[in-house]
Design a binder for this molecule. Structure first.
Ligand code: FE2
Length: 380
């Protein structure tokens, strides 16, 4: 097992207050448990431009499940479905619907990551395990986080295979073009009433993260929906986890709607970065991805709020892309409708032009759009 704790990338600590006992190089992969991995893989290729990367299943000697690994630049999605009744994967799907089970984090030393976090109070999901094939070995370990979501630490410096031992390269004749998604910018967790600070403490105490920003219900409330949010980041800023909890409003909070349908806390959205949001969102729309829309009036006053931007307003307004500014610059962002049948998980597409925040200035317009959707579902 590798014992080096020095990062090969020589990352410097940039987030004040974050602790370096758990150096994280980035997100390694995100694994969803889904009802039909073959069809989900087709959707993520066709609609989102992911590329076929690796596969495990009956053909590779795995008897109880099938997993498809998809890649777009630095983003890796794993879609896993069970092949038999019963067992934890089926239970997860029956309870939650399709959703994120694993947020895997790339580390230099998976045994040490497990030891450090469990010593600080994390509940173990998987003790360090060495897995190998003819391409070398990886070490993985895991801990529980909110709800039934887990973090798996992946140490892969001694592995040069396609993905992980047990997977074979997946060659497909069907290869739609990528849409320009680069990396995961942040992943948001929804937790229950009064649970936000518990999980903020978890990321601070157990993982060494620091808090970047917080919003309370005064920042983020409309006539109806309301939520509170705090953003936790690791030391090098590559891993950012905003944590939301519901807040009281006139009617049901969108976070409560999520919790009701997901049957507990879970990953609400995965924000993926692009260098050209106009091209990326044009492609995604043409491929059938559905986005939330703000009213056209948003664009009548947005430049008064955010000032000058490099892009023409016309394509942004035609596509429904939102704009926000902070002290460091501005950002462009848009949110998909839920990508599953339950009103649970969705994606955000984000292009940062200096801004390091999360689009607080758009919350009101956005939440009014979400409320219109909730109304149509009868869940307001
Ligand atoms: Fe976000």
């Amino acid at each position: 097992m590798a014992s080096s704790t020095a990062s090969p990338l020589n990352l410097k600590k940039v987030v004040p207050g974050a602790d370096d006992f758990l150096p994280l190089n980035g997100t390694d992969y995100v694994e969803l448990y889904v009802g039909n991995a073959k069809q989900s893989a087709h959707y993520y290729k066709t609609a989102f431009g992911f590329q076929s990367m690796a596969y495990a299943g009956l053909e590779t000697g795995v008897k109880d499940r099938a997993s498809y690994v998809l890649q777009q630049d630095k983003i890796r999605l794993v879609l896993t479905t069970p092949l038999e009744p019963g067992g934890p994967i089926n239970e997860h799907i029956v309870k939650h619907g399709d959703g994120v089970k694993v947020v895997a984090l790339w580390v230099d030393d998976a045994a040490k990551a497990w030891e450090e976090t469990t010593a600080r109070g994390a509940r173990s999901f998987m003790k360090p395990v060495r897995e190998e094939d003819e391409h070398g070995y990886v070490v993985r370990s895991g801990i529980h986080t909110y709800g039934e979501t887990v973090h798996i630490f992946v140490e892969r410096s001694n592995y040069n295979g396609t993905f992980l031992p047990g997977y074979k390269p997946w060659k497909s004749d069907y290869n739609p073009e990528p849409v320009g998604l680069k990396f995961i910018d942040h992943m948001v967790g929804n937790v229950g009433w009064n649970e936000m600070n518990t999980w903020v403490d978890f990321y601070a105490r157990v993982m060494g993260f620091a808090q970047l920003i917080s919003f309370d219900d005064k920042d983020i409330s409309t006539d109806y929906t309301a939520l509170m949010s705090k953003v936790m980041s690791n030391g090098n800023g590559r891993i950012k986890f905003p944590i939301n909890e519901p807040a009281e409003g006139k009617k049901k909070s969108q976070i409560e709607e999520y919790i009701d349908f997901y049957k507990g806390p879970g990953v609400q959205h995965i924000a993926v970065s692009t260098d050209n949001i106009i091209e990326t969102v044009t492609d995604l729309r043409n491929r059938g991805v559905e986005f939330l829309r703000v009213p056209a009036t948003y664009y009548e006053t947005v430049l008064d709020r955010v000032g000058e931007i490099d892009e023409d307003l016309k394509p942004l307004s035609e596509l429904g892309i939102l704009i926000d500014r902070d002290d460091e610059g501005y950002l462009l962002q848009i949110f998909t409708k839920p990508v599953v049948d339950r009103p649970t998980m969705f994606f955000e597409i984000i292009q940062r032009k200096g801004a390091q925040s999360f689009g607080k200035g758009n919350f009101k317009a956005l939440f009014e759009a979400i409320e219109r959707e909730q109304e149509s579902r009868g869940t307001l």
